[in-house]
Design a protein around this ligand. Sequence first.
Ligand code: X8Z
Ligand code: ZN
Length: 617
Amino acid sequence: MRAVSAVGIIMFAVAGCTPSTPQNADSAADTPSRATAAALVNSNPTVESAIAFISEAEARLAEEREYGIRAAWVHANFITPDTTWLLARADSQFTELSVRLANETKRFERLDLPDEIERKMNILRTGITLPVPSTPGAADEIAGITAELASSYATGHADLNGETVGLDELEQILDRSRDPQLLAKAWAAWRTIARPMADSYARMIELASAGAKELGFSDLAEMWLSTYGMSAADMEAEVERLWGQVKPLYEELHCHVRAELSDFYGENVQADQGLIRADLLGNMWAQQWSNIYDLVAPAQSTLDLDLTTILQESGYTERKMIETGEAFFTSLGLAPLADSFWEQSLIKQPADRVVECHASAWDIDQVDDLRIKMCTQINAEDFQTVHHELGHSFYSRAYARQDFLFRDGAHDGFHEAIGDFVALSITPEYLQRIGLIEDVPDADADIGLLMQQALDKIAFLPFGLLVDKWRWQVLRGTVGPAQYNDAWWELRRQYQGVEPPVARGSGDFDPGAKFHIPGNTPYLRYFLAFILQFQFHEAACEMAGWEGALHRCSIYGNEAVGKRLNAMLELGASVPWSVALATFTGQRQMDGTAIIKYFEPLMGYLKERNEARQCGW
Ligand code: X8Z
Ligand code: ZN
């Protein structure tokens, strides 16, 4: 585990606790004192000493975590060589402690432990994103690399037509421009920032892989996949099963979008066969495509719901965007966020210092010092992101009374899904209720609405999957540094059916131009979240007695749904995720049926449009 990251981005490093919570005070009375605990831990392994070990581990981690998370917060809000140094120092200490504790769990392996203790042992053993070997200096070296990589990404600047520009300017171009030459230039420019990362990235993987082996895993991919309460092989098979369920949706969307792009740009820019040029899809990473809605919109749709314009014309500020998001959560019966949230969060890009602008949610003290950090823009995309981040915050607060090691999502995909699930209730009816629009569009606009959603939610699925498919190959060592970039593009072609707009060379390291690669955030969580959020939505709408189309259902104001949601959130990681899932949805398995049902009317439309087209790539 690393101490450097925000809630929902890194495992239990950020889901810590404070000794002042009532539950901790209570449980302290039942557990051995520090001195007794140390004596028990050092004796022969028994159930009693295992319990003492866990109690001691939770106390030590909680102490160290708060130091690490505060160092990470200061770094992300003020990136300088000094804060990068401080972050590396804090991270190294936290990693050393976590790895030592993870290794110590081996002593208790043969014991028949109470379920709760066994769960905590597993969390300790598997929950480190980048473990280190016990070689002297390894923790410092890896922490130095990760802090530098994070800083390089956040401060990355590139040359565009002789001007030095950052990610925000380049993203503006990718999001909005329709000039294929400018798009290709801006796309390639951003990727220059990643080239210098490749060597240190490879060294970091080398060290972390050795750490995983010391912990008894065959490789780090196995370790990452072991966080889901089943074997790595079973989890990979589970992911394949889910992808198999939703792949036909993606193939239809790809086919339609390619044809429309080809019509718009002409055959010379985009052929109507084969791969799609990655820079034409309205996003720097071609991961979500709603910015090109106007190019692929159904002709017969009367939809005129441009939320960006609506927010801007209604005078929304950054704060108002977040207040509106919070009001959705409180409408479900959840208590408002503490004053400190508003005092400490960063919601606007500062003009006078360098910050990490990738949105994140932070749980500082694991009681109520929750914060978000966003360079918020007044547009539809960030309105969605606000709900996403608040989902992390409300989840963290709900499980704050759990023991330290259970202060986390049921699995990481749950953490990523909560805010998005809530945002699926941003329907036209909801926008009307909060005064953002006057008239709710008729049902004949529904294909347009669904197309807007699909461009984000369906388009994302193969991307959400391939990022860690690439990383698993890297972590297994089946792809070495010399093949990093080719392997990346092989997967981008295979799963997304996209290609680079300009030739890639041997020095390129395109994965490094995506936040979560230098940031070492596992990415499978988002693939799972994009499936789960629809499962949550369908279950919530059923609870609410909704009988219409799923995409028109909003749970806004429904306290009964909120109560049941909170029951799942409060569990944190204290039970297997299938139990948490069942608490809210009644189902014990992740399942793509709900997303398929949600988009059923769009699928019909796409199939019709694609009838005379040759799909696939
Ligand atoms: O990184 C995020 C969140 C923070 S956990 C803004 N997301 C992924 C991304 O931007 O790549 C949300 C969707 C996928
Ligand atoms: Zn998130």
